[in-house]
Design a protein around this ligand. Structure first.
Ligand code: NAP
Length: 258
């Protein structure tokens, strides 16, 4: 995808992005830094090398902080360290998420809980620490990464679909609660995006080529790229979306229109 001309529309903003060392999160880090924001790259401790490599490439405006969004201690330490380094957080992208495929009868209880713990509870874990800083600053924008799966019942992803529908509705509740504090909360719902998560899903199947073709057939604009989603995240983060809150924003290559 061609590089857009940066306009510095996030100049001076301080951002946290979770699960940010690769995929959609990484694209958001790059886009936001290009627009002048200081970005805290949150990712699992085992992703330190990738997170630090990304931060080093981007210079002063980015730094990696270890944070498993399911750990209260790590969330607290990381939010504290990020705001100490860059100042009060005014933009949060809750991007960390996982997908484990398997029909309802086949999947384990542990996998069901893991999906909800990262995809849904992770938003609560980081959000509750950042909201007081946004309130004090007088404004904020929270972008919760949901999915087309919030609207489509994929048969082999019951927990993932349910978790992403929960993200959309959690965002509505947060939006209504925090509108008086001028904190906007929207959910961003990507279609199928070419990342390690998608490639890992294909690799887990006995018929990856067949399923990949089905995915292409289901998306009139084809497979999305991480930059297609970071462009939309930038819009939701910036004042250009100042009258939007509680909205699920579909960026799905037409999948839900089919
Ligand atoms: P990805 O390539 O797998 O990247 C996700 C990142 O989150 C990885 O760095 C991962 O680390 C990290 N992560 C996993 N568990 C975490 C935790 N507990 N705490 C903090 N970070 C954690 O995924 P992606 O495709 O970019 O997806 C990003 C978001 O978009 C997810 O919420 C996903 O559900 C959503 N989404 C993706 C697609 C798609 O087609 N790709 C479509 C719709 C929505 P590890 O690599 O170590 O696990």
């Amino acid at each position: 995808m061609g590089k857009r001309n940066a306009q510095g529309i996030l100049s001076g903003k301080v951002v946290i992005i979770t699960g940010a060392s690769r995929g959609i999160g990484e694209a958001c880090v790059r886009e936001f830094v290009a627009e002048g924001a200081s970005v805290a790259i949150f990712d699992l401790p085992q992703e330190r090398d990738a997170g630090e490599k990304l931060a080093a490439e981007l210079g002063e405006l980015a730094q990696y902080f270890p944070c498993d969004v399911t750990s209260a201690d790590q969330c607290e330490a990381a939010v504290k360290a990020a705001s100490k380094k860059f100042g009060p957080i005014t933009i949060l992208v809750n991007n960390a998420g996982i997908a484990i495929s398997g029909g309802l009868e086949e999947m384990s209880e542990a996998d069901w809980d893991k999906i909800f713990s990262i995809n849904v509870k992770g938003i609560f874990m980081v959000g509750r620490l950042v909201i007081p800083q946004m309130r004090k600053s007088g404004s904020g924008s929270i972008i919760n990464i949901a999915s087309e799966s919030a609207f489509i019942g994929f048969p082999m992803h019951p927990a993932y679909c349910a978790s992403k529908a929960a993200v959309v509705h959690l965002s509505r509740s947060m939006a209504v609660r925090y509108a008086p504090d001028k904190i906007r909360v929207n959910s961003l719902c990507p279609g199928t995006i070419d990342t390690a998560l998608y490639r890992g899903f294909l690799a887990s199947l006995p018929n990856p080529e067949e399923v990949h073709q089905q995915v292409l057939d289901k998306h009139p604009l084809g497979l999305g790229q991480p930059e297609d989603i970071s462009a939309a995240a930038l819009f939701l983060a910036s004042d250009n979306s100042r009258y939007m809150t509680g909205a699920p924003m579909l960026v799905d290559g037409g999948s839900t229109a089919l």
